[in-house]
Every structure is written in C-alpha cells, then in structure tokens.
Design a protein. Sequence first.
Length: 463
Amino acid sequence: MTGAGPDLEISRAWLVDPAAGREGAGEIVVADGILVAVTWLTGSDADGIGPDGVVVAPGFIDLHVHLREPGNEVAETIASGLAAAAHGGFTTICAMPNTTPALDEPGVLASVNAAAAASGSPIELLAYGAVTAGRDGAQLAALGELADAGVVGFSDDGSPVRSAPILRAALAYAGALGLPIVDHAEDASLTEGAEANDGYVATVLGLRGWPVAAEAAAVARDLAILADVLPDVPDARLHLTHLSTAAALDLVRQAKAAGLPVTCDITPHHLALTDEWLAGARRWAWEASEDPWADEANVAAPYATSLRVNPPLRTPADALACLAALADGTADAIATDHAPHAEVDKAVEFGLALNGIGGLETALGVALAAVDAGRLPLARAIEAFTTGPAQVLDGRSRRNGSVGLVEGAPADLVVFDRGGRWTVTAVSLASRGKNTPLLGRELSGTVLFTLAGGRLAYEAPDA
C-alpha cells in the first residue's frame, strides 16, 4: 500500500454494492488509486466467504458533522475531524455552519476549504451555509452568494429555523437555487430548560423533561410549510436531521406517501441508545426496558454528561421506531451528528453540559451491533451510509452520485473486518472530542483501510 496512488488487492472478501443492489463474495483490485477490477465469485470459488469476515463497501457519507473550526479548535479542528472521518470509514462529510463566526458568507467557506486543503486529507469536506445571518433567526443569510461559493444546502443546525415566515422564504429561495433546507426540528418554546426526554427516567432522576411534542410539532410545521411552497417552487426540498421519535417519523412516512420531497436522517445513538443510559444502564436499545431500576440494569453511575445530546436520548420504543424507519426507507440515511466538545464543557453538572456526542469513529460499530442483533440487514445499513445520503446530496460531491463499486473510477472505499473488535478509548479516537458514552465499550467492525478519491486516507496499524 502506498500513499498518493495506492495499490491494493483484497481477495475472498464480502462485497456490498448498494448502487447495484448486490452483495456477495468477491475480490477487488486497486492500482494507482483506481478501482480497476471488481470480481464477483460464484460456485465453489465463493465457498467459505460470508459477511462475517472482511467487507468491502463504498466509502461512507455523513450528512451531519460539526467541525469546530473556526472558533473552537480546542474541541476539533478540520484536520482532526477529517482524520476521525477516515478512521470511521467516511470519505465524504458535510459540515454544519454553527462555527464562530457562523458560515453565513463565502469568506468563512473559503477559510474552511483552505483548512481542509492544508490538512492534506483526501476526505471530501462539503459544507452547509447558514439559513439566517449569524444563525440568529432574524433575516436570511446571503443564500445566493453561498450557493455560488459551493455550499450543498442551508441549515441553522444547533438551532431550528424558529420563524415560520423565514423558513418559508428559505425553502422557496433555496429551492430556486436547487439546494435543500436542512432543519433541526425543535419547537424551542417546549424545550426551554429541558435536560432529558420527558418520561419516567427523567422524572426519577429529577431532570427537566424534553417532550416528544417539541420534535413532532416542528416536523408538522415544516412539512406544512413545504407543501405550501411547492406550487410556486416545485424544486423546494426539505431534509429533517437527527429525528428521534416515532411520532416525527410517522409524519415523515405520511408525507413521503403523499409525494412531498422530504428526506430525513437518524443518528447512531438514537438507533441504539435510550434514556435508560442516563440512569446507568448500558444495554442496546433492543435489549432495554422502560424501567432500568426494575430489572437491575444500571451498571454505571447516573448523569453521565457524555449522554447529554440534542435531541435527547429517547425511550426504547422510540429507538425501535427509528430502526424500523431506517429499515423501511422512511429514514434515508444514518448521519452521526458528530459533536465533539472539550472536556471542560462536559465535566460539569448534567444540565450545564453542552449537548453532543462524538460519533464519526463509532458509527459503523453501532450500526453493526444492530445488524448482529437481527434488527437491520447489513446491506441496508451500508445503504444508509452510502446511497441514501448520496441521494440527499443529489450529486453534489466529487462522486457525482456514483457510490457503488465502480470499475475505472478513483477508489472510494472502506474495507473493514466484520469479525474484528476494538475498544473505544480516548487514545484510539482521532477526534479531539472524546465525549462519547461508548468509551470502554468493545465494538465490532475494525476499519482496515479507507480510500478516498483514489488516495489512502486511513490504514489500520496492523492491516
């Protein structure tokens, strides 16, 4: 394996090509960074090869990442974020604009792109522009100038677009530009001072409740405004990010059935973790109950601030609804909402801790836990990391929407050992943010190689 134009041969592996709708035994050859051969094995040649060994898939795409540069480089730099992406198997990531200053004008985007280039990483960094100037919700940002500069959509994430008239104008303007609005669905009037999902666990722990209605009401509003805009701007598009409740996902399911151009994503932590983790339980969502005290599931101290996230971890029923939505296609993608923080911002009382979980490097392992539990087919998990987000981006990446195992194209691949296991530690994470509740947890799916744009982005030390 070499650095700039790597040569790589993987034989007797399990290939997953979601673009072709195919998975099975096979081999690949990369020469000078180009995927020159993809060979599918059949008959006796495929004997003994299964999805529990080495897996080759297209490089993953993350629609929702927070890179703290500019403004909070102690938590993450663009270079460290790109390194974390490579370690997690992601070859394209989309940065949210809640930096300091906000990415609300082309000059900030230029500085972000310059930092990405200076990092030397081959990982593709795309960026969203802010919906409103300074993300303060008062007036639209310069959407046209941002579009010309190359943003892939608009979002005020970290906050919702609070004003309905501004959201309507943004959907119309962005639709005319051919770009989506990516909204953080939260009715802030229902969440002021909230700390955890409103329910039994929050009540027992004495934490202020964050109701399901705060998400569902915001989704309903957004969908109604989208429907109102479409007759005038048929290209208006809405993407709802990090949905976490059955109620919100049901609304999206109904909207899709009605033909509205809406997409959504779900985070790994909302698929696999629940609010019982706040009480000290450490079970996956499909093993959880509504009362972790009743079955003596609590094995860790309560109030771990690494679990404070927006939206909050929900009930087991909501987590299973997230898995079901991913399985049936209501949810288009798994997006990490990677939100690194410095230790000082998490080493405080639970209600004072900043929201966010680092997720780029653990996303694959969490998804594979669901696969291993029979809750999600492997091929669907890979789709949610590849073709699903690519369709949301609608060709706005260097791969131009082609996210399969394409012969003759620059290699954009992740190779991971499904049977390999690794322990999440602060040392093992490339991200500067170590704020993950999975520290100390053993995960399956060791990434061996990540190739991005025909270049080596990551190689496991013992690969």
